[in-house]
Write a protein that binds this ligand. Structure first.
Ligand code: ADP
Length: 496
């Protein structure tokens, strides 16, 4: 309660995408959810985004609050709102006035000036921290992924030199690191001494994320298990030594993502054929029927109906699941799949649907509405990822009584409680986990799933425990707020 009496802390969140304006992945969901989630914790968050056309179009009542001259050429800073969220957009048409994907040209290749585009964003954030916008004095900067990871480098050499503005860098997926050729370093406007192993240089190239990992005051990633996994050479994607060093300093922690409980609510979800809560699980049958007819399957009252909503990639273990379809069929289970991926993987799934008619049905593509119906009507959702920073579909599954069957990795390990005998006795089991991420491990998990599903009371208890699970933003927001407070206590506001 005492938080209510604290002054609002201004925090600038810096990201390359934000739901609902621009989204290519989970980063956008987090950037979009944080401002509202943090508002209850005495944090007034403003989000800085590149001024892509979609962002400029969405700003309500935009006003120019600053003119910046930086490495990306002249730029305007526009302030406005999107819904209740306070926004700043870096309006630099020479960098961002391009259609489509924020990172890629129409031919699917990275824009050749991506280093400059996101360095300019970082430099603008540092200028804002240095007072470039009247009335906005962020006490802390929350940076997302490599796109914002150069902010500490610009703070060090820029207008705030002398005034400490702490930084939090959140890793959403270590696979994307912002690596560029060394000859682009001179475009970045940083001191020559920053092209060193202690700063941006990374095996002869420029490493945006690497620099951020060295220089940010705190690093978070989107689940505690992923925070530990990336310390290992086999999961650290070349950054594990730096991460181990920062971890030894106590600078690394995992904070699991939440989901929007308003959008993902089976009691009010208009994408469902029938709405329900944890005491009306029979209502799910209507959703099952709707799914069966959508996917061209016969209606079966009994029998395990599994689903997948996913990018069809090896990270997501989709090849393992393909190899396990004979076992799934032997269990008399059925599988419906919604996803997209590269042409070869899509072709394999379409071939699987041909090979197992009536058992495996596949829809290639992205369909938000259908994804809700699948969570509301299937019995189980299968997520056999090889690595998973957090994962969202298992959280939707919990909320919808669609029991998650997940690999014991990253955020999947942290959010699902395996239905082992002790957890079942205690009534806390919410899903099925398997630790050996292989065809055999997955098949064993599917067998356990089928056995549990054949015991209706046990199964309903697992569904209900999942539906009670705390999957909203509240706990994570409290963790971010505690981290902000800890960093701000290290750097108290100078007395006027
Ligand atoms: P990642 O970001 O690694 O792809 P997550 O589980 O964190 O995986 O987030 C994926 C998000 O995209 C979820 O909201 C999921 O429901 C959604 N999604 C993935 N594929 C599809 C699809 N084909 N149709 C609809 N939604 C999808």
């Amino acid at each position: 309660m005492h938080q209510q009496h604290q002054p609002q802390q201004q925090v600038l969140s810096v990201a390359a995408e934000m739901h609902p304006l621009v989204k290519t992945g989970g980063l956008a969901d987090v950037a979009g959810a944080l401002p509202e989630a943090m508002a209850g914790h005495g944090v007034q968050m403003t989000t800085l985004l590149p001024g892509y056309p979609a962002v400029l179009d969405a700003l309500s009542a935009p006003r120019v609050v600053g003119m910046l001259a930086g490495i990306g050429g002249p730029a305007r800073l526009l302030a406005g709102r999107v819904g209740a969220a306070e926004m700043l957009a870096l309006d630099a048409p020479q960098l961002y006035a391009r259609p489509g994907n924020p990172y890629l040209a129409a031919d699917g290749r990275d824009w050749p000036d991506n280093a400059l585009r996101f360095a300019a964003l970082a430099q603008a954030a540092a200028q804002i921290a240095g007072g470039a916008v009247a009335g906005l004095a962020p006490r802390l900067l929350h940076l997302h992924d490599w796109h914002a990871a150069l902010v500490p480098a610009y703070l060090r050499s820029g207008p705030t030199a002398g005034r400490r503005v702490p930084t939090v860098l959140t890793l959403h997926n270590l696979a994307f690191q912002g690596l560029f050729p060394a000859n682009q370093f001179s475009d970045l406007g940083l001191p020559a001494s920053d092209f060193s192993p202690e700063a941006l240089e990374f095996h002869g190239r420029i490493g945006f994320l690497k620099a951020g990992l060295l220089m940010a005051d705190a690093i978070t990633t989107v689940s505690p298990s992923y925070a530990r996994e990336i310390l290992r050479p086999d999961q650290g994607m070349g950054l594990d030594a730096i991460l181990r060093w920062r971890d030894m300093q106590g600078a690394l922690q995992g904070i699991v993502n939440g989901i929007d409980l308003g959008i993902w609510n089976p009691a009010s979800d208009l994408a469902l054929a029938a709405r329900y809560d944890a005491h009306q699980l029979d209502e799910r049958r209507a959703n099952r029927r709707a799914l069966e007819s959508h996917f061209g399957l016969a209606h079966e009252e009994q029998g395990l109906l599994c689903c997948v909503v996913s990018r069809l990639t090896e990270q997501k273990g989709m090849d393992l699941l393909l190899d396990a379809l004979d076992a799934l069929s032997a269990l008399d289970a059925r599988l419906i799949v919604l996803g997209s991926g590269d042409a070869a993987m899509q072709a394999r799934w379409l071939a699987a649907a041909q090979r197992w008619p009536g058992r495996v049905a596949v829809q290639i593509g992205y369909d938000e509405t259908l994804s809700h119906l699948m969570q509301g009507g299937a019995d189980a959702i299968i997520v056999p990822s090889r690595f998973e920073p957090c994962g969202l579909t298992q959280l939707y599954g919990l909320r919808y009584g669609c029991v998650p069957v997940v690999a014991h990795v990253g955020g999947l390990a942290d959010t699902v409680i395996d239905a082992n005998p002790a957890a079942l006795d205690a009534g806390v089991a919410t899903g099925i986990q398997f630790s050996e991420v292989s065809r055999e491990g997955l098949v064993e998990a599917l067998r356990r799933c089928a056995l549990l599903h054949a015991q209706p009371e046990v199964w309903a208890a697992i569904q209900q425990a999942g539906m009670r699970a705390n999957v909203g933003w509240e706990r994570s927001a409290a963790s971010y707020a505690a981290l902000y407070r800890q960093l701000l206590a290290r750097d108290p506001v100078p007395k006027a």
